[in-house]
Design a protein around this ligand. Structure first.
Ligand code: BES
Ligand code: ZN
Ligand code: MN
Length: 500
C-alpha cells in the first residue's frame, strides 16, 4: 500500500506550511512533560503548552495521542502530541519509544485528510521517527470499495542537531527501505487466502525478487516430485492449489558470508484432516508470515546492498482436508531421505520446513536463519508479541539480543533434550508431534534441529503470535500482518555483514 513521502526539513516550525505538527510528550513523574524538539511549539503557545495538555488530561504515556488546535498560533492548524512514556533515569528515550510514538501519531492522522505533516520527533531519533511514521501510516485497503482517505501524503521530519545533511539523508533512505520491506511482508499476510495461494504467492515473490535483481527459481509440483520434496508434497496434497518452492539468491559485492533464509509459507492452515476448530480459523491466513518476512528481507538485502550472499528457500503450500489430503498415520519421505510419521496433520509447518532446511543446507551456508508461525505454544509461553528464539546456543543468543534492540522483541528459549525422545516414532525416523502438549514450541524446534547439519549455526524464530495483530492497533502496528520479524532479520544480516 502507498506510504507517505518523507522529507527532511530544517525550516522553523513557525514557518512550516503543514496541516499538522507532531510533537512528543513524556511521563514525567506524576505529570506530563515535553520531549526535546517541541520548544518552538511551546513558544507559539506562549509557554502554556504543558498547561493546555494538562487540562486535556494528557499524561504522556505510550500510545496516547492528544490533538489540539493551534487557533492561528502556528501555520499548521493542528498539533498532534504523541506519548513516549517515561524516559530513562538519565532522561534518555529509546529508539522504540520514538518509533511507537511516531507510529501512534501517524495512525491518528490516517483518514483525517491532513495532507502534510511536520514531525519534531525526528530531532530525538531520525531513523526511529522515520520508521514509526511510515509503519504507523500503513493501511491495507486493497479490498475496500471505498477508502476513508489514507495517510498524509507527505511528512517532513525535522533534522536532528547532530550529524551532516548527507548522513541524515542516508538514515532516511535506510529507514524507508526497511519500512518498505515491512510493508511488503504485511501486504502478503493481509492478502486473503483465495488470492494468495502457493502459485500466486510464488509468482508475486518472484516478481518482487526479479525487480530487485535477485536470481529466482520456482519449483512447481512436478519439479518437487522429481526432486523428492516429500514434506511439501504431503502437506500440499489436500489442496486443489499445489505447492511451490521459491528460491531467491542475492549476491552482494565481495560477500563476507553466505546466509540461508527459510520461512514457513502455509497460505492457509485448516489443520488438514486433523482439522482446526472453526473459531478464529480465518486468522490462519497469516500462516505464511514467516515466508513473507523472508521474501521481504531477501529483497531488502539487495536494496541495502549488504556485502553478503543470501539464499532464501521458501516452501509454500495450503493445508486442506480432502480426498487427496495426507492423513494421520502416513509416513512421508522428506527431501534428503529422512522419514517422518505424521501423527497430526496440523503440525504441518515443520514438515515443509524440514524439506526447505535440507535443501538450504546443500548450499553450504555459514548461517541458517529460519522464521515461522510455527506453534500455538509460542503464544501460550510468550504471549502475542514476543517471538520465541531457538537454535544453536551462540546464534540464538545473538539474535535474541538483536531482536530486543530492534524493538520487535524476542526471547531465547531452550531445546531440552528430553523432548527429543517424545518425537520417536514406532515406524519412521521421527514423528511430527510428541503426543502431549508440554513445551510444544520447543518440541517443534527440536523437530527442526533434526534436519539442520551438525555444526551449522542456525536460529528458529517462532512468530505465531507476533506476525499477526488480531487485537487493537498499538504503536506503529495496525491490525493484521505486522511484518515481524523483518526488522530483526535485517538487523541480524547487518550485524553479520559487519562482524562476520
Ligand atoms: N499454524 C499453526 C500455529 C499457529 C497457531 C500460528 C496460532 C498462529 C497462531 C501450526 O501449524 C499449528 O497448527 N500448530 C499446532 C501444532 C500441534 C498440532 C502440535 C499447535 O501449535 O497447536
Ligand atoms: Zn500452520
Ligand atoms: Mn497447523
Amino acid at each position: 500500500m502507498s506510504l507517505p513521502k518523507l522529507a527532511l526539513t530544517t525550516a522553523a516550525v513557525a514557518e512550516a506550511a503543514a496541516d499538522a505538527v507532531i510533537i512528543g510528550i513524556l511521563q514525567n513523574g506524576d505529570g506530563v512533560g515535553l520531549a526535546p524538539g517541541s520548544e518552538a511549539v511551546d513558544a507559539a503557545f506562549g509557554g502554556e503548552l504543558l498547561a493546555v495538555l494538562g487540562t486535556l488530561g494528557a499524561t504522556g504515556k505510550a500510545d496516547e495521542v492528544v490533538k489540539l488546535p493551534t487557533l492561528g498560533r502556528l501555520p499548521a492548524g493542528l498539533v498532534v502530541a504523541a506519548g513516549l512514556g517515561a524516559p530513562g533515569a538519565d532522561g534518555s528515550l529509546t529508539a522504540e519509544q520514538v518509533r511507537r510514538a511516531a507510529g501512534a501519531a501517524a495512525r491518528a492522522l490516517n483518514g483525517s485528510g491532513s495532507g502534510r505533516a511536520v514531525s519534531l520527533l525526528s530531532t530525538v531519533d531520525l531513523q526511529a521517527a522515520a520508521e514509526g511514521t511510515l509503519l504507523g501510516a500503513y493501511t491495507f485497503d486493497a479490498y475496500k470499495s471505498e477508502t476513508r482517505g489514507g495517510a498524509p501524503a507527505r511528512v517532513e521530519l525535522a533534522s536532528p542537531a547532530g550529524g551532516s545533511a548527507r548522513e541524515h539523508r542516508a538514515t532516511l533512505k535506510a529507514a524507508t527501505a526497511i519500512a518498505e520491506a515491512v510493508t511488503t511482508a504485511r501486504d502478503f499476510v493481509n492478502t486473503p487466502p483465495n488470492d494468495l495461494y502457493p502459485a500466486s504467492f510464488a509468482e508475486r515473490a518472484s516478481a518482487l525478487g526479479k525487480a530487485a535483481g535477485l536470481e529466482v527459481e520456482v519449483l512447481d509440483e512436478k519439479a518437487l516430485r522429481r526432486a523428492g520434496y516429500g514434506g511439501l508434497l504431503g502437506v500440499g496434497g489436500g489442496s486443489a492449489r499445489p505447492p511451490r518452492l521459491v528460491r531467491m539468491r542475492y549476491r552482494g559485492a565481495k560477500p563476507r558470508k553466505r546466509i540461508a533464509l527459510v520461512g514457513k509459507g502455509i497460505t492457509f492452515d485448516t489443520g488438514g484432516i486433523s482439522i482446526k476448530p472453526a473459531a478464529n480459523m480465518e486468522e490462519m491466513t497469516s500462516d505464511m508470515g514467516g515466508a513473507a518476512a523472508i521474501v521481504a528481507t531477501a529483497v531488502l538485502a539487495a536494496a541495502l546492498k549488504y556485502p553478503l550472499e543470501i539464499i532464501a528457500t521458501v516452501p509454500m503450500a495450503e493445508n486442506m482436508p480432502s480426498g487427496a489430503a495426507y492423513r494421520p498415520g502416513d509416513v512421508l519421505t522428506m527431501y534428503g531421505g529422512k522419514t517422518v510419521e505424521v501423527l497430526n496433520t496440523d503440525a504441518e509447518g515443520r514438515l515443509i520446513l524440514a524439506d526447505a532446511i535440507c535443501r538450504a543446507a546443500e548450499d553450504e551456508p555459514d548461517y541458517l536463519l529460519e522464521t515461522s508461525t510455527l506453534t500455538g505454544g509460542q503464544i501460550v509461553s510468550l504471549g502475542r508479541r514476543t517471538p520465541g528464539i531457538m537454535g544453536s546456543d551462540e546464534l540464538r543468543d545473538r539474535v535474541a539480543a538483536i531482536a530486543k534492540a530492534t524493538g520487535e522483541g524476542g526471547w531465547p528459549m531452550p531445546l531440552p533434550d528430553e523432548l527429543r525422545g517424545d518425537l520417536d516414532s514406532k515406524l519412521a525416523d521421527l514423528a511430527n508431534v510428541t503426543g502431549h502438549r508440554w513445551g510444544s514450541m520447543l518440541a517443534a524446534g527440536i523437530f527442526l534441529r533434526e534436519f539442520v547439519p551438525e555444526g551449522l549455526p542456525w536460529v528458529h524464530i517462532d512468530v505465531a503470535g507476533p506476525a499477526y495483530n488480531n487485537g487493537s492497533p498499538w504503536g506503529y502496528t495496525g491490525k493484521g500482518g505486522t511484518g515481524v520479524p523483518v526488522r530483526t532479520l535485517a538487523a541480524v544480516l547487518a550485524d553479520i555483514a559487519e562482524n562476520g
